[in-house]
Design a protein around this ligand. Sequence first.
Ligand code: ADP
Length: 669
Amino acid sequence: MSESRDIFMDQQSKCKEWFFDFLVKQQRTVAAIFSGKDYRVIFLTENAEKILGVPRESICDDIRVLLRMGIKINKTDAPALEKIAKLPVGQTIEAEILEAINQETGEIMYFRGSINHSPQSGGDWYLLIWIDITDEVKRNQQMEDMIAVAKAANDAKTSFLANMSHDFRTPMNAITNFNLLIAKNSDNPQKVRDYTHKIGLSCQNLLSLLNDVLDMSKIESGKTDINSEEFALGLLLEEVNSVVAFQAKSKQLDYRMYSTGMQQDTFIGDKKRINEVLVNILGNAVKYTPEGGKVTFSIEEEKVGNGNLWELRFSVKDNGIGMSKEFQEKIFEAFTREEKEETTGIQGTGLGMAITKSLVEMMGGTISVESEEGVGSNFIITLRLPGVRQESGDFWKNHNLNRVLVIDDDMKECKNVEVALHDTGLEVFFCTSGYKAIKLIEAGDDDGRGFDIIIIGMMIRSLSCFEIAEYVNKKKLKHKPKMILLTDDWEEIASDAREAGIFDFIQNPFFLSTFMQLMEDIVGRTSLGNSDERRSILKGMRFLAAEDNDINADILSELMGMEGALVVRASNGQEAVEMFEKAEPGYYDMILMDIQMPLLNGYQATKAIRKLNKDGATEIPIIAMTANAYADDVQRALDSGMNAHVSKPIDMKLVEATIASLKENNQST
Ligand code: ADP
């Protein structure tokens, strides 16, 4: 009987052991029994060494090794030794979360800890249990982080909506009220002109706001595409400059653009996005620099490696209000603006910089900022783009251009022009003094090798640029050169300069592309004898316009009518198809196609027209004219069979240019 009882006891103790081992393993629990007198460990679970990365012997020698490792999560120490010593027999102290670092792997671990003062062995023994809850704590931390991110996004969106509402209402308010004022002052043309000008500015403001919001949502949903197309940097900078110079001027800022030794002018990249980035940065420099301040825009380029990769470096420096160090840390986060005295009253959404950074990074570039409050800011953008050899072919020969003289006080400016023209085959001479330049011009003319073009800088030693121009103009030369003034801004000096004999102006810094465009323009102008010729491109043309919105249809008809074109309207896609089918072949020159319309949308209507068995159905140019303005909308329009895309609100210059190029293509095929 006692033998079977012994067996039973033995089995029960084995079961207990097995159960204990199982629990310890399953829960990754470290358990130890230690003496309260000398802290020596009487029992320690096998897993302690692995879980904590501490040799078993050192824990066994002194349990304090382990106690010192566990830091309470609220950063107070693990249970103090005297607290353990004072713990009444039978009671337990607990720590909700202990943080410990595995001494071998460096991994941060979390434990739920407890120490129980055991009544066994005369009250000398303590039982320590550490249950590994690392996974649970990490999961909770992740959840908390996610909640914090969601909350921050939510707060940002709430404040964004509040800002948006305000920012949209401001120009809307101006438009509504100036509209009322126009109605009241319709007999005062001066006032009407003034109000319409102000409405125009508010419209631009509204449009850029809308574009920012759309851009941001596109970027956030990962739907932004970066295009790769050939573009001329000089022409791009000219566009950027025309926007920024105007803004800078209205704030009386000293705005300048510099570049040195630009040998490469044609690149492959996303021209529209680069333009957007530069206008954003420059626009801010103007916005956050008080009147009378200075904004400098410098461009440098450098070849990378032996291939044809170039690094472009744009720097936009201002001496405006600057930014605090703390704000610089978050300037590129969406919806952030620095709230301080100097920024009150300056409109903005805090989206521009976030969009800019995303675009720069999508193009593989970098953007950084250095700024000091009250001193100014410097934004630096770098982009790496493949260069393309600009083939000017017979351009110079066709335009009868062989010899160019550059006159500028500053040798660097002369060199810039020389570098830009070095691959063209033109003979380029330069001269830093006015008298020498005149001698050179006369000598060349006497030899029958007169200059075709003279590029004059604003600063010249001994004679002013106007004096040189006047002299050359009055002198009876066999071959009269065309004099081009290289300058930052010619608006105010244009009429005096023309009177002195300056033929035209070119933006400083000098780029091959802008020079070629100017030459093309000059030759076109001289041969046509009338620069208004392009403007009448729409004259006599007949358009079928599919547009479901009455106001848009009226605007389109008015704008096109002012240029001498006739617009016949269809109020939906289906009607457009029917009207085209019924018309005499060739009656319509082109079709202007809205996209979102009832019955058939613009894509469907285009496909239906292209399928018609009718003369001209496959050839007639169809232009998408739509508020769907993204790159994939353009692609969708082209895929459906349209020939071009113009986004709304309509920019007549762009419409004319698009029509002109379609007309040209049609004639050449
Ligand atoms: P916003 O529409 O407010 O101009 P941005 O995203 O373009 O939005 O700029 C974010 C903020 O960065 C601005 O509100 C302004 O506080 C600060 N900032 C940007 N550029 C400059 C600058 N050149 N000088 C001083 N502060 C600037």
